[in-house]
Design a binder for this molecule. Structure first.
Ligand code: ADP
Ligand code: MG
Length: 311
């Protein structure tokens, strides 16, 4: 059966530097085109942690030596990262499609994601970004309006809020691309966070979790399936302990209790399981799969991965 699928790519799908990113995009494209070849309609969401960090650091460093250069807002760094990651994926996907005699067009949509300005995350910034600073440097950055926090004796780091995604501004474009079997890369890095005052959007310095943003997109564009591709083949309980157990299926009810029992690490597996539950709960029949990048095809055929389904 042909499905509408949102694929959320984790860090491994993109490597740690430009060369690695180009190579990783080629490997990743094979896994994605496997699904397109089977007739599925896909939208690709990806992370941007290391990439946005690199852009941020480059401008931070450069602005110290060249006062005319502005200290770029985080959202501008995010937009830049969506563009160049999208470029690598778009190019690699097109090459892979053509090598298999497929002609689906591919494009990246720079995506803004609406957040609620009253989201409690804005009162409690938790997400550390960028490099470490001395106490003195951190005071200067506070004068520029940034929030700085001491990070486990290693120095000071900037922290930003991580609000929940509420809506996807470019959703109609993404949806129509998906519905006409055009391959869309969107919501990179969780999207560029924006708040609305009714008529105008303003970008904010925050980071939206890409797994949550992927789940929100999947829900809004009425995808059948959310596939979260990461560095493990399955989700485990008692992860890393002697009694570790890999899970094939988790019911919605069990997922809630396993989350409460603390089986999934904050900042890594927890947001994935929560995103999977959010999407699956949104409508009967919706299914989320968490698996290894290279196993996407096997996973969708039910041969591997961890499935959370609204039966
Ligand atoms: P990504 O870059 O794909 O978002 P993360 O590193 O954020 O990946 O999250 C995936 C990682 O979560 C896995 O590689 C694994 O080390 C870790 N992890 C934490 N808890 C679990 C668990 N209960 N089951 C499986 N993996 C887990
Ligand atoms: Mg992650």
């Amino acid at each position: 059966m042909k499905k509408k699928i949102v694929i959320a790519l984790g860090g491994n799908a993109l490597g740690d530097n430009l060369k690695e990113q180009e190579d990783a995009a080629r490997v990743t494209s094979k896994a994605i085109v496997d699904l397109i070849e089977q007739g599925h309609q896909v939208v690709i969401v990806h992370g941007n942690g290391p990439q946005v960090g690199m852009i941020n650091l480059a401008f931070e460093t450069a602005s110290k030596h060249q006062p005319k250069l502005e200290f770029l807002p985080l959202y501008t760094c995010g937009a830049m990262s969506q563009a160049y990651i999208g470029f690598d994926l778009q190019k690699a996907l097109r090459d892979e499609l053509i090598s298999r005699k497929l002609s689906n067009p591919v494009a990246t949509v720079i995506t803004q994601v609406l957040v609620n300005e009253n989201d409690e995350a804005f009162h409690n910034p938790t997400k550390p970004i960028g490099s470490f600073y001395s106490e003195e440097e951190s005071r200067d950055m506070e004068k520029l309006g940034m929030i700085m926090m001491e990070d486990a004796g290693r120095g000071y780091r900037r922290v930003v809020p991580s609000p929940q995604p509420v809506d996807i501004i470019e959703k109609e474009i993404i949806k129509s691309m998906m519905n006409s079997a055009q391959v869309c890369i969107a919501v990179g890095g969780g999207g560029i966070p924006v708040v609305s005052d009714g008529n105008r959007l303003s970008a904010v310095n925050a980071v939206i979790d890409k797994d949550f943003a992927g789940a929100k997109l999947a829900e809004i564009i009425e995808a059948d399936m959310l596939i979260i591709l990461t560095a493990v083949e399955k989700v485990a309980i008692n992860f890393g302990k002697p009694d570790q157990k890999w899970l094939d299926n988790i019911s919605l009810a069990d997922a809630q209790s396993l989350i409460a029992e603390g089986h999934f690490a904050k900042g890594s597996m927890l947001p994935k399981v929560e995103a999977a539950v959010k999407f699956a709960s949104s409508k009967k029949g919706r299914k989320a799969l968490i698996t290894l990048l290279e196993k996407a095809k096997d996973g969708i055929e039910g041969k591997t991965g961890t499935v959370i389904e609204n039966l």
